[in-house]
Ligand binder design. Sequence first.
Ligand code: MG
Length: 166
Amino acid sequence: MKEQGIKLFFCDLDNTLVPHFKIMPTEEVLKFIDNVRAQGMTFVLLSNNFNKRVRFFAQKSFIKHYFGMVKKPSTKIVKKFMKNHNFKPYETIVMGDQLVTDILMANRLKLESILVQPIMNTDLKLNSLNRFLERWIYKKLEKNNILIKGEYNDQWFESKNQEKLL
Ligand SMILES: [Mg+2]
């Protein structure tokens, strides 16, 4: 990412860094955030959860920039942050576990994104419509051999690319 010129790292909280019911960061999460910063990137925590939860987690993780109630896939807060801190879309990446919130928000702004496997499969914050949409999209992706939820690994991806080349 550093070689690609990424300077701004937007990161989801629930089920991306910790399960939605965990209020404290783990050692692993703290190390991850440190690693991102060590590459000269600005780390921003971005959550649809309540401000209180997000603020507490950010403070315990020494995260300076954090936003709760973001209402992803709304792009408002991200756009404003990028404008105020003068980051360009090609310098920015979004990481999250949900297609219809995190990844859709990234796509709407034409930002690169990283889709992670949710830590827990039951996210109470995810409403039934989003759950339905996620399932429907994953079904389509699987049918077209693009992505199988929970089955992604480098070997799988390579074999798919080789199939395309042949
Ligand atoms: Mg999430």
